[in-house]
Design a protein around this ligand. Structure first.
Ligand code: C2O
Ligand code: CU
Length: 476
């Protein structure tokens, strides 16, 4: 009997791993999901609205937040790679808004940038987003109108694009949306202008750190058993540096799906906008608890001074004897390095100037977004961007519409290869990336994902012209 069971589980192991965690292990983290209204298996059709709703982030800590479908974060949208996603969006906020699908290679008309993609959706108005999701991975959605204010008030959600062909071998998976929110003692949301221009120059962080909309939720796990965390940093300014008190973190994926091969980390750093796909298997005494902390990460003046580690969630180990299996994901993905031969160099510098009245203004090459000149690109062109940051704060660079690969100082690809749409450019450092455009014409934004910095001027556009069509007569 016993040997038959062992045999059965071994023969299934390769295709469908079975759950090793206690039932309800991630109940406290479970995100609401948007119900699919379309019976077609390859179309996911949902209703999404933006509205003010009362949320409770911790016992007794309530505020009227800005929400998608009434909660923080917004509903988890779950689709399969290659699906068509249709989102009927309605705006019940007192301000115009849009929805941007961060990281998804959509056509420009679906990118959620006001005036470029669509007119902003006015209060009481609606817009239907309709596009195909071409790449597996964890993405997210958020407004692109007054982003610092609107994301900071609570508007963001996760979009998980699954791929049934992916063989990770870990059955227990949970989606983790990290964010923060500022709520004062009277239940009022922090003003998006708090601290004035200096607050903008730093990047405002909310006083409550949230994991799936809650302060310090609880995860129950079996010691040593693997769990897969799909994490997005949806905070408007805060970085997270997650350390599992000596337990290894195996990163198998990032912004645009799986890495070429896994890497083992002691700590995981996520800048605003970035995602990580990790496997962890904390081996702790049955019945014990581990407080999972985020350690201060140096993103410039004010980010580490007088600050201590912040609790994210509690990992409670159940009473089962530790799982003895081997946890070593061997995911492999063939990623072609984008050749830099013949690439067009693009040099940009992130700048911060103090105006005569003492206020700060961010810019690209000295020009704030409103006065900047676009970078031009052609379909099929490869560009190597050298991004110089001489300011005293770090800036996570995000490009809309296209993935890039990160290069080292000598111009070699950083290993293991991965597809990224957001990369941190540390204070007083330079980062190089290589990008190859396709034929999705349009005006594509790039900006710092510390949203106060973006709104403060650190934003620009890539003008990808309409492809030239040869007129070669009619073909039938
Ligand atoms: Cu999450 Cu313009 O970006
Ligand atoms: Cu920035």
């Amino acid at each position: 009997m016993v040997s038959a069971l062992v045999f059965a589980s071994a023969s299934y192991a390769a295709s469908a791993p079975s759950s090793l965690q206690p039932p309800g292990w991630d109940r406290d983290l479970k995100l609401r999901e948007a119900p699919d209204l379309n019976p077609d298996p390859h179309i996911v059709e949902i209703d999404l609205d933006a509205r003010i709703a009362r949320v409770e982030v911790a016992p007794g800590v309530r505020a009227d937040a800005w929400t998608y479908n009434g909660g923080i974060p917004g509903p988890l949208i779950r689709v399969h790679v290659g699906d068509r996603l249709i989102v009927h969006f309605t705006n019940h906020l007192p301000q115009p808004t849009t929805v941007h699908w961060h990281g998804i290679r959509v056509p420009i008309q679906m990118d959620g940038v006001p005036d470029v993609s669509q007119p902003a959706v006015q209060p009481g108005g609606a817009f239907t987003y309709d596009f195909v999701v071409p790449d597996a991975g964890l993405y997210w959605y958020h407004p692109h109108v007054m982003s610092a204010a609107q994301v900071g008030f609570g508007l963001s959600g996760a979009l998980l694009v699954e791929d049934s062909a992916e063989q990770v071998g870990v059955a227990d998976e949970t989606v983790i949306v990290l964010s923060d929110i500022g709520i004062d003692a009277h239940g009022q949301l922090d003003s998006p202008d708090s601290g004035g221009s200096t607050g903008m120059a730093f990047g405002r962080e909310g006083g409550y750190v949230l994991v799936n909309g809650k302060v310090k939720p609880r995860l129950v796990a079996r010691s040593g058993a693997p769990q897969r965390w799909r994490i997005v940093n949806a905070a408007k300014s805060r970085f997270f540096q997650i350390d599992l008190d000596g337990q290894k973190i195996i990163r198998i994926g990032g912004d645009g799906g799986l890495l070429a091969r896994p890497v083992t980390l002691d700590a995981l750093v996520l800048a605003p906008g970035e995602r990580a796909d990790v496997v962890v298997a904390p081996k702790l005494k049955p019945g014990s608890e581990l407080e999972i902390l985020s350690f201060p990460f140096n993103r410039g003046y004010g980010s580490v001074e007088y600050r201590s580690a912040e609790p994210l969630m509690t990992l409670a180990i159940d009473d089962e004897p530790p799982y003895q299996g081997v946890v070593a994901p061997t995911t492999q993905r063939a990623i072609e390095p984008i050749s830099t031969a013949g690439a067009t160099p693009v040099n940009i510098e992130f700048t911060l100037v103090q105006r005569p009245d003492g206020t700060f203004e961010y810019g690209i090459n000295g020009s704030p977004f409103a006065k900047g000149k676009p970078i031009s690109a052609r379909p099929g062109e490869t560009q190597v961007w050298t991004i110089v940051n001489k300011t005293k704060w770090s800036h996570p660079f995000h490009l809309h519409g296209f993935f890039f690969q990160v290069l080292d100082a000598e111009g070699k690809h950083v290993e293991p290869l991965e597809w990224k749409d957001t990369v941190n450019v540390p204070l007083e450092q330079t980062v190089k990336v290589v990008v190859r455009y396709d034929d999705r014409a349009g005006s594509w934004m790039f900006h710092c994902h510390i949203l106060d910095h973006a709104d403060g001027g650190l934003m620009g556009t890539v003008d990808l012209g309409v492809p030239h069509v040869e007129h070669s007569g009619h073909t039938h």
